[in-house]
Design a protein around this ligand. Structure first.
Ligand code: LR7
Ligand code: MN
Length: 581
């Protein structure tokens, strides 16, 4: 028949679903197509010719994920792999634009159903946990700036599909002044049929902190649950976030944040015994570290919440009144950054606790760069971080300030924030370090600090280059006085530390490393290859070799037999005078 129109409303419905509709019509799927997108295009072309009336709104896939014929792309959290070189010219452009605009593979995201299935990645013990009989209800707040449509709507659907109705008061979307067409009227149409989903918009670009504030102020639920706009909540995610709050309204709770691969969208679960907790370094950057032994012992069951010194920031639940008492977020913080540590510190210092719920799994797309525009004239992360250091760190703020060369910039007025700390009679940062995060390396206990400057060529400093690239050898580089890769500390246990990386010399025995070179490795606190002394201006390694700058190549630093008269083995490094904080 030629008088039926097939109207595929949801462009992100998986092709196999489209196939099933089309399968019900009197024509066959295209025999020579094995590419899902092309298949769908062909199917749609054929459908159009048929003039059919079919409305597809985000179907739930219940197919066998292992069967390539029936399992749609990405179902059960599986990877979707695209051979980009096989795409047609138009498709290839879509593929490249997707990466460019989002810093993740939007092309793949768009292929996957908005309601894709996920494996149940919970530990079996999680299903046996006795929940508090009176769990509070939640407003889920999702803020976004120029998010991809499929990623945003998949986040929303995963909340709607996997939250018990009586615990989900509402979903609040806050658009932080996006300028993408698909987030205007089209988004309003997208969410119109969805129950209890509201959309708020900021009148100018506020940044994620004030966008979340807007959502929080509008929320009606007892608990606020914040999510980034590219998440997927797994089965049973919400209850374990609410349970600790039902027991202690001053608890803030984070889920296990699972990685959604930025390229394939595969989700893999973290086994419950590998859960990491949050920490920070003295650049005041959040980091992960293994759950300390003392905390493992304190808990009775593996499903019990884990105390965490800090949180990553994007995904957490907090009682609305408690958040309010804490002064919510600092509205003086712009765009991105700092708010996660600010909230972590104040929750602990003001009498609450920060917990990780081992039974709550939420996926998040981790990306390698930020895709959206940042203000070019100010360093917003620094401004935010100085604000939090001023309010919560007491004397310990000096460690951060040393790392930014004591150049605080204009960080505005924090007197209102200090009043909150006063009013709630919050504890000191020392209390926090002693009681919540005793593992933290405190620079004041270190023997030497700052840049390590050559005595032979006094404009050259030891530089660890890219800190993430641990296989890279340290080099000589013009001293820049900015801290960062040139800021080293000698710990009481004789490590030369760059935050949580340590200078490491493997004597050239390890084939991975160039002989004679020093690399920067994650500190292991076992001395050995990471043990040094600094005496008579010489940096001597446990192996007996010394650090030497090449006389001919300023970049070349290597290990050599120690020679007390060799100027190229002499280095300036500042000694810490007192052993106060
Ligand atoms: O100007 C902006 N306006 C916004 O609405 C900038 C961002 N945003 C939105 C954005 O669309 C996203 O939904 O804010 C959210 C976070 O931005 P991302 O996804 O670019 O940041 P991220 O995932 O790299 O950032 C982590 O650190 C941030 C520090 O300010 C926030 O706390 C993020 O919420 C946080 N994300 C997580 O904790 C998820 C787990 C990542 C880890 C570790
Ligand atoms: Mn994010």
């Amino acid at each position: 028949r030629n008088d039926i129109q097939i109207n595929i409303v949801d462009q992100t419905a998986s092709p196999s679903f489209v196939d099933r509709i089309i399968g019900a019509l009197p024509f066959k799927r295209h025999p020579d197509s094995d590419h899902p997108v092309e298949e769908r295009i062909k199917a749609e072309e054929q459908a159009k010719k048929m003039n059919a009336q079919v409305q597809v709104v985000a179907p739930v896939m219940k197919n066998d994920p292992n069967d390539p014929k029936t399992g749609g792309p990405g179902e059960m959290g599986n990877a979707v792999r695209i051979d980009k070189d096989k795409l047609s010219k138009d498709e290839r452009k879509k593929f490249d634009d997707g990466w460019k605009n989002n810093a993740f593979n939007q092309y793949v995201s768009d292929m996957i159903s908005l309601r894709r299935s996920l494996p149940d990645i919970r530990d079996p013990e999680c299903k046996k946990v006795d929940l508090h009989p009176d769990l509070p209800d939640a407003s889920v707040i999702i803020i976004f700036h120029n998010e991809a449509r499929s990623a945003l709507l998949r986040t929303v659907w995963s909340v709607l599909d996997r939250s018990p109705q009586k615990l989900l008061n509402e979903v609040i979307l806050v658009d932080d002044f996006s300028d993408k067409e698909h987030l205007k009227k089209m988004l309003e149409d997208d969410i119109k049929p969805l129950p209890n989903v509201r959309l708020l918009r900021t009148g100018k670009r506020e940044g994620l902190i004030r966008a979340r504030l807007k959502g929080a102020l509008a929320a009606k639920g007892k608990v606020l649950v914040f999510l980034d706009s590219h998440c997927e909540c797994a089965e049973g995610w919400l209850e374990p976030l609410l349970d600790p709050i039902a027991r202690n309204p001053k608890a803030a709770v984070v889920p296990l944040i699972e990685i959604i691969d930025d390229s394939t969208f595969q989700i893999t679960g973290t086994p419950i015994q590998n859960i990491q907790v949050g920490g920070f370094d003295w650049n005041l950057i959040f980091n992960w570290h293994v759950t300390p032994e003392r905390e493992m012992k304190r808990r009775k069951k593996k499903t019990d919440p884990i105390r965490s010194p800090t949180m990553a920031g994007g995904l957490f639940a907090i009682d609305r009144d408690w958040f309010d008492q804490l002064g919510m977020y600092d509205p003086g913080m712009d765009i991105w950054g700092g708010e996660n540590l600010e909230l972590s510190f104040k929750v602990w210092q003001c009498g609450g606790e920060l917990l990780c719920a081992p039974c709550s799994h939420v996926g998040h797309i981790f990306r390698k760069r930020s895709p959206y525009q940042w203000p070019s004239n100010v360093n917003v992360v620094k401004k935010n971080t100085v604000r939090l250091a001023e309010v919560w760190l007491d004397d310990y703020k000096k460690y951060y300030y040393e790392r930014i060369s004591n150049n605080l910039g204009d960080y505005g007025d924090v007197s209102d924030r200090l009043k909150i700390r006063d009013r709630l009679q919050c504890k000191s940062f020392k209390w926090f370090l002693d009681n919540v995060y005793p593992e933290q390396f405190v620079p004041g206990e270190s023997l030497f600090f700052g840049e390590i400057r050559s005595r032979s060529k006094t404009n050259i400093c030891i530089d660890s280059q890219e800190i993430e690239d641990t296989d890279k050898a340290v080099i000589g580089y013009p001293c820049h006085g900015q801290g960062g890769n040139q800021y080293f500390l000698m710990s009481k246990t004789f490590e030369i530390r760059r935050e949580d990386k340590c200078l490491d010399y493997a004597g050239g025995h390890n084939e991975l490393r160039k002989p004679g070179k020093i690399t920067s490795f994650t500190c292991h606190s076992m001395q050995g290859n990471q043990m040094w002394t600094y005496e008579n201006d010489m940096l001597r390694h446990a192996s007996g070799f010394c650090v030497e700058l090449s006389s001919t190549n300023d970049k070349d630093i290597s290990m050599a037999p120690c020679e007390p008269t060799n100027q190229y083995q002499k280095w300036f490094w500042k000694q810490r005078l007192s052993n106060s904080t």
